[in-house]
Design a protein around this ligand. Structure first.
Ligand code: PEP
Length: 251
């Protein structure tokens, strides 16, 4: 039985005041939700503040990125040990915005994915096709390439204890959501791809859906057998919406 996970990706949003207000509302709103793990991924600069605000709560923290390097001349980067200092549990890897704007290739994402694990964090590997790839019917091919980059470099064991997020790029921040059936078919494909290498790892791995998840569509998505929760962008900045999404995952 896989525990649902709902992770909020705050991206480049917030002020110290708005972050404090959001965290306090989330703590009050998700406290009674029993069977769902709730994570928030603040901008790096707010991680220390969010970490102390979340002390004693059941909400955990994720980061939006992580360097695969430990230390050195890597301006603007944040390492695994730095995230460990603040009790960060998850790290998003290969988010489509980082693939599109910061040159994060499949290989770089795979190397970061393993570095995240080496530092005792849990990688959330984001995969998904663009609109052009979707319209060409190449969804499975793209997702296979992105997953296989990790499998080819590091083997299926790398996925043990990791999380995958299927995020069709055409659905991120656009208000367009994959139908529950469309999303389920890709999640089933991803699980099958891992199962070809190791059935147990495949049955354990949490596969989240991301792409304009909101309170109104969360329940239908999360009721699909291979959808184990959500990676939520825009709606995670609104406490009521995000809490309702977490409630929908508590099935
Ligand atoms: C995301 O950034 O991972 C995401 C899914 O964004 P949104 O929910 O806004 O589409």
């Amino acid at each position: 039985m896989r525990q649902p996970l709902v992770a909020g990706n705050w991206k480049l949003n917030g002020t110290l005041a708005s972050v404090r207000e959001l965290v306090e509302s989330l703590k009050a709103g998700v406290g009674a939700i029993e069977n769902v793990e709730v994570a928030v991924c603040p901008p790096f600069v707010y991680i220390p503040e969010v970490s102390s605000l979340l002390a004693g709560s059941k909400i955990v923290m994720g980061s939006q990125n992580m360097s695969r390097h430990l230390a050195g001349a890597y301006t603007g980067e944040v390492s695994g040990p730095m995230l460990n200092d603040f009790g960060v549990k998850y790290a998003l890897i290969g988010h489509s915005e980082r693939r599109a704007s910061y040159g994060e290739t499949d290989e770089k994402a795979a190397r970061k994915f393993v570095a995240v694990k080496e530092h005792g964090l849990v990688p959330i590997l984001c995969v998904g096709e663009t609109l052009v790839e979707h319209e060409r019917g190449n969804t499975f091919g793209v997702v296979k390439r992105q997953i296989d980059a990790v499998l080819d470099f590091f083997g299926v064991e790398a996925f043990d204890g990791a999380v995958i997020a299927y995020e069709p790029v055409w659905a991120i921040g656009t208000g367009k959501t994959a139908t529950p059936e469309q999303a389920q078919s890709v999640h089933e494909y991803i699980r099958g791809r891992i199962a070809r290498c190791d059935e147990e790892i495949a049955s354990r791995i949490q596969i989240l859906y991301g792409g304009s998840v909101k309170a109104a569509n969360a329940e239908a998505l999360f009721s699909q057998p291979d959808i184990d929760g959500g990676l939520v962008g825009g709606a995670s900045l609104d406490a009521d919406e995000f809490i309702a999404i977490c409630v929908a995952a508590n099935q």
